[in-house]
Design a protein around this ligand. Structure first.
Ligand SMILES: [Zn+2]
Length: 272
């Protein structure tokens, strides 16, 4: 599942490579992923792509005319959605939810093997109509999310730490993989309850969140371009490494759950 670091780097690469290019034709080869009619998609022809950015787990792609934004594509790739820049001549694969033919002989496509992603095409003032958007908390890397602000917000959210980090109403952009990495870095067990942790623990959690996401974003900037459709997770320290030794204490990492697995170390993330 693409998370904050993945989508940040994809947005940066899209801004570098497709911003300023004109959409020649927009279509939805697999129609069910994009929340827009063919007529609404048709409006995109002739518009220019603006600078992509990320908000939470959404990738935002503006479409402009004479410098003003007319439409925004808000894409939440969920488990497996990927953007892909490729030659217009490349075969259109199954499960292509959106195809934008651009000037210069390339396409920007959205492909989703799980078909769980959600693509919204909306007006620039209407992002609040997207389910979950108005309630979204600050991005986990938002400069305004200081330690004090984080302390203030966390008081309102009881429950276990892993679901807390993944809750976009608390902080936006963190999913299953990076929540494991952050909790390991902070030496906090995923099942600890927020009400059981100290002020020092909260500070360590905040610092771990910033460090893990910042470090991953830097690594991905070097690894991802130009192949933005490929997700890199090989540098993660614990997520999905159950059975391997903990990189900090050497104890065997525990892993529970299947596809939405949680990996942690019982040595340096004690239950209490
Ligand atoms: Zn350990």
């Amino acid at each position: 599942m693409p998370e904050l670091p993945d989508l940040t780097v994809v947005a940066e690469e899209l801004a570098r490579r497709v911003a300023g290019r004109t959409v020649l034709e927009a279509s939805a080869p697999t129609a069910i992923l994009v929340r827009a009619t063919p007529a609404e998609l048709g409006i995109l022809a002739g518009l220019r792509l603006g600078e992509a950015r990320r908000r939470g787990k959404f990738l935002l792609l503006p479409f402009e005319r004479d410098g003003s934004v007319e439409r925004i594509l808000a894409a939440n790739p969920m488990l497996a959605g990927r953007f892909w820049i490729t030659s217009t001549r490349e075969r259109v694969r199954a499960r292509t939810g959106l195809r934008l033919k651009l000037d210069g002989g390339e396409d920007l496509r959205y492909v989703d093997r799980e078909m769980l992603g959600k693509l919204y095409l909306t007006g620039p003032a209407k992002l609040d109509e997207i389910p979950g958007w108005p309630e979204m908390g600050p991005d986990a890397d938002d400069p305004d999310l200081t330690l004090d602000a984080f302390r203030h917000r966390i008081r309102r959210h009881p429950g276990e730490l892993k679901p807390l980090l993944r809750n976009p109403r608390f902080v936006a952009g963190i999913g299953n993989a990076y929540s494991d990495e952050i909790l390991w870095e902070a030496r906090l067990a995923p099942f600890r309850r927020r009400s059981s942790i100290t002020d020092d623990d909260v500070a360590r959690l905040y610092q771990a969140m910033r460090a893990v996401l910042g470090d991953a974003t830097e690594r991905l900037r070097a690894l991802v371009p130009p192949e933005i459709q490929t997700q890199h997770r090989e540098f993660l320290k614990v997520h999905l490494r159950g059975g391997e030794p903990c990189p900090r204490c050497g104890r065997e990492l525990r892993q529970i759950g299947g596809r939405e697995a949680t990996t942690f170390c019982r040595g340096c993330q004690p239950p209490l």
